[in-house]
Design a protein around this ligand. Structure first.
Ligand code: TTP
Ligand code: MG
Length: 397
C-alpha cells in the first residue's frame, strides 16, 4: 500500500534560452540557440522552442544546429547568470515547502504533502508557484503533480512549455501505459535495451508482463520496473538543506552539580553528533558548549580547532576542555548541557589528517567508528554504549 503523498516536479522551460530572451526583448519569438561555438566544436546547451521546430536540441553539435537553423541567433553560455537565476528560483520554491530536492539547475521535486491547509489544493500550489516565477523572474515553468516522484516528473514533461499536468491513480492506463519505455525514469540505457529485446515497447507492455518472467529475463531490476509500470514509486523527496551545525542537548530531571555526570552526558552527545556527521560525510571545526545554570542563566563557550574532524575523541576532548573552563565547583547547579559542532567541510575535501595524530592510530580510530556506526545502523542507537556511559547509568541506580 502506498503512503499518500503529494509531489510536484518543476522544470523551467528552455531555461538558458528563456533567460536570454527575457534580458534581450529583441530575441523574443525568435530561434535562440545557447551553446558552445562552432569554432571550438561546441554543442548546444539548449534552445528556445522556436528553434526546436527546426529540429535543434540539447547536446547537438552547434555546427549541425547552424545547418538546421541558419537564421538562428547563436549565443554563448553565460553560466554565472543562469546560476544566479537558479538561486532566485529555489528561494521562491522554498516558500511553498521545506522538502525540496534539486535535480539540476532548473529542476526540482517538492513534497507538498500537508501544505494544502496553508496554500490550498496541490493544483493551486502549483499555480501559485508558476505565477510567482512568472511575476518575479519573468520566466515560465512546467509543473507535474502526482502521488509519487516518477509520475510527477513524467507529468511535468507532458505539456511543455508552461504546462501544468496532474496524474491521478485513475489516469494510469490512459496516460502512463501508452508511453514508450524510454519514459521510465531512473533506469539506464542497458536495461532499456533489454526491455526492447524482449519486444516491450510501451510502459503498458511492461505492466502486462508477468513479474516472474520479467525476473527471469532481466533479473534484479524486474521488481522496480514492474512497480513503476503500475505507477508505484516509494522513493521519497530528499530535501537537501544546507546543514550549518549539528547539536545535542540534555535537560536534567533534577539539577546537576557532579562534573562526572556532565562529562558523561557530554560524551554521549558528542558520540551522537560525530556519528551523524560521519553519516553526512561532514567534518567540523567549531565546537560550542552550552550550559544553563539553574534557574535560567544560559552561557556558551566555543573553540575552533585548527583542522576539521568527525572523530569522537577529538571532539570530546575539545568539548571537555570547554567544560573545564567553566570551573564547575560542585556548588553551581546545572539544568541543561548542550554541545554543537559547526563550520563543516565535506570529508572528501579533507586530504590531510592532523599532523599531531599518529596516522595509524587515526585510521584505526576511523575504522572503529565506522564499525560502531554500522552496528548502530542495524540494531539501533542504544546497542553500543561506551564504558563511561555504562558507569554513569550504574551510578544513577
Ligand atoms: P533542461 O531542463 O533539460 O532543458 P531546458 O530547460 O532548456 O528545456 P525544457 O523546456 O525542455 O526543460 O535543462 C536545463 C538547462 O540545462 C538548459 O537550459 C541548458 C542546460 N543543459 C545543458 O547545458 N546541456 C544539456 O545537454 C542539457 C539537457 C541541458
Ligand atoms: Mg528545463
Amino acid at each position: 500500500m502506498q503512503s499518500l503523498r503529494t509531489i510536484l516536479h518543476l522544470d523551467m522551460d528552455a531555461f538558458f534560452a528563456s533567460i536570454e530572451q527575457r534580458d534581450h526583448p529583441e530575441l523574443r519569438g525568435k530561434p535562440v540557440i545557447v551553446g558552445g561555438s562552432i569554432k571550438e566544436r561546441g554543442v548546444v546547451a539548449t534552445c528556445s522552442y522556436e528553434a526546436r521546430r527546426f529540429g535543434v536540441h540539447s547536446a547537438m553539435p552547434t555546427v549541425q544546429a547552424k545547418r538546421l537553423c541558419p537564421n538562428g541567433i547563436f549565443l554563448p553560455v553565460d553560466r554565472k547568470k543562469y546560476v544566479a537565476v537558479s538561486k532566485q528560483l529555489f528561494r521562491i520554491l522554498e516558500r511553498y515547502s521545506p522538502v525540496i530536492e534539486p535535480l539540476s539547475i532548473d529542476e526540482a521535486f517538492l513534497d507538498v504533502t500537508g501544505c494544502e491547509k496553508l496554500f490550498g489544493s496541490s493544483r493551486s500550489i502549483a499555480l501559485q508557484i508558476k505565477q510567482s516565477i512568472q511575476r518575479e523572474l519573468y520566466l515560465s515553468a512546467s509543473v507535474g503533480i502526482s502521488y509519487n516522484k516518477f509520475l510527477a516528473k513524467l507529468a511535468s514533461d507532458l505539456k511543455k512549455p508552461n504546462g501544468l499536468v496532474e496524474i491521478k491513480p485513475e489516469d494510469l492506463t490512459r496516460i502512463l501505459h501508452p508511453l514508450p519505455i524510454s519514459r521510465f525514469w531512473g533506469i539506464g540505457k542497458k536495461t532499456e535495451e533489454k526491455l526492447q529485446r524482449l519486444g516491450l515497447r510501451t510502459i503498458g507492455d511492461v505492466a502486462r508482463m508477468s513479474i516472474e518472467s520479467m525476473r527471469q529475463r532481466i533479473g534484479s531490476l524486474a521488481d522496480h520496473i514492474y512497480q513503476l509500470s503500475h505507477g508505484i514509486d516509494e522513493r521519497p523527496v530528499k530535501a537537501v538543506r544546507e546543514v550549518k551545525s549539528i547539536s545535542q542537548e540534555t535537560t536534567f530531571a533534577t539539577d546537576v552539580t557532579a562534573i562526572r555526570v556532565l562529562e558523561s552526558a557530554l560524551l554521549e552527545q558528542v558520540t551522537t553528533i560525530a556519528r551523524n556527521m560521519r553519516r553526512k560525510q561532514f567534518a567540523g571545526k567549531t565546537i560550542t558548549l552550552k550550559l544553563r545554570f539553574a534557574p535560567f542563566q544560559t552561557v556558551t563557550k566555543r573553540h575552533t580547532l585548527s583542522f576539521p574532524t568527525a572523530d569522537d575523541h577529538t571532539l570530546y576532548a575539545a568539548a571537555k576542555q570547554l567544560l573545564n573552563h567553566f570551573e564547575i565547583s560542585g556548588t553551581k547547579a546545572i539544568r541543561l548541557i548542550g554541545v554543537s559542532v559547526s563550520q563543516f567541510s565535506h570529508i572528501s575535501d579533507i586530504q590531510q589528517i592532523s599532523l599531531f595524530e599518529d596516522i595509524h592510530a587515526a585510521t584505526k580510530k576511523k575504522e572503529l567508528a565506522k564499525a560502531v556506526d554500522a552496528i548502530k545502523d542495524r540494531f539501533g542507537e542504544h546497542i553500543l554504549t561506551r564504558a563511561s556511559l555504562i558507569q554513569k547509568e550504574g551510578q544513577n541506580e
